[in-house]
Design a protein around this ligand. Structure first.
Ligand code: ATP
Ligand code: MG
Length: 319
């Protein structure tokens, strides 16, 4: 059985059942009495639909002991860029403001901006608010993004560190000029302080994920999702992250009748054997395909039952 960790990340290719699995795990934790937060980082935000609740950028209580939040990465990124703009306006002369504005407007849509906004919100929920919840389950965006996201605290920290050093060099120059002219040294730099604070929070987020998180990978018994899962498993292992179960969703139940379904089941059998062969060193959990989409408490209970039969989520009392 996978040992309990306070943070659970659910990853996998698009459309395989990450949101469904994350919601089922979170509701199981809550039903066991743990104060649980379900976090969606997925821009499509299907968690609200699934739980039949209106969710927003701040946690909303959706059931006893269960809170859910859909991170609004765009709003977070916009707010961040506006803070930088306000800082910049204090620091630069009017002649280059238009250039700075153009640069910041581009940055709003730049690669990595949304990802770093998601990291900022995750840091707030997983680090700053750590004491509020016993369990946090994070429903991540499709695998490629997730991996980048998990690698990013390091990338970002390097980038932020470079900016701090650059800024301090400029400040050092300011100071020696001030000394030469007999002026007082300028007060502490708010921009450097903010960059440092951000780098520290990202380091704390990285530590929290490395120390407290287990990652379950969801896939379906088809060729391409299996290939992607094998790659993801290797990359996560390489990054020294703790991998939990391989959740194989949409497995046709044995009692599904008809020649067509029998043929599909046989094909799935080939893929399931492939999963066992290539990922069998992990716990492999099968979740049956329901006759309809998963929506609302009864459907979630069916998914929960399949996970529970395999011991997921792990007993909250376990070490
Ligand atoms: N076991 C299942 N049986 C029947 N339908 C399912 C099952 N699991 C998921 N679904 C349905 O498949 C669709 C995709 O599931 P889900 O939203 O959980 O996937 P996802 O990996 O989060 O997708 P995305 O990558 O778009 O965020 C949904 O309509 C969901 O209701
Ligand atoms: Mg989803």
């Amino acid at each position: 059985m996978t040992p309990a960790r306070t943070v659970t990340l659910v990853g996998g290719k698009g459309g395989v059942g990450k949101t469904t699995t994350a919601a089922a795990l979170a509701s199981a934790h809550a039903a066991a009495g743990a104060r649980t937060l379900l976090v969606s980082t997925d821009p499509a935000h299907s968690t609200g639909d699934l739980l039949q609740a209106r969710l927003g950028d701040e946690p909303t209580e959706v059931a006893p002991s269960l809170w859910a939040v859909e991170i609004d990465a765009e709003a977070t990124a916009d707010a961040h860029v506006e803070r930088v703009r306000a800082d910049a306006r204090r620091l630069v002369g009017p002649e280059i403001r238009a250039t700075v504005d153009r640069h910041l407007d581009l940055a709003k849509r730049g690669a990595g901006t949304l990802e770093s906004a998601i990291l900022d919100r995750l840091a707030a929920l997983l680090v700053d608010d750590a004491a509020r919840y016993d369990r946090v389950v994070v429903d991540t965006a499709p695998t490629g993004h997730t991996l980048r996201l998990l690698a990013m605290p390091e990338l970002l920290r390097g980038w932020v560190g470079g900016l701090v050093r650059q800024r301090e060099r400029v400040r050092g120059l300011d100071r020696s000029l001030a000394n030469l002219t007999g002026d007082d040294a300028p007060p502490d730099d708010p921009v450097v302080e903010r960059l440092r604070a951000r780098a520290d929070r990202l380091t704390a987020l990285r530590r929290r994920i490395h120390e407290d998180a287990v990652i379950h990978l969801v896939c379906v018994p088809e060729r391409l999702p299996i290939e992607e899962t094998v790659r993801a498993e290797a990359a996560l292992r390489e990054a020294d992250l703790r991998i939990g179960a391989i959740v194989v969703n949409q497995v046709l139940p044995d009692d599904a009748e008809g020649a067509f379904l029998a043929a599909r089941r046989e094909q799935q059998g080939v893929h399931l054997a492939d999963i066992d062969r290539r990922l069998g060193h992990r716990q492999v959990v099968h979740v049956p395909q329901l006759p309809h989409d998963v929506r609302g408490p009864d459907d979630l209970a069916a998914i929960r039952a399949a996970l529970a039969a395999a011991g997921l989520p792990a007993d909250p009392q376990a070490p």
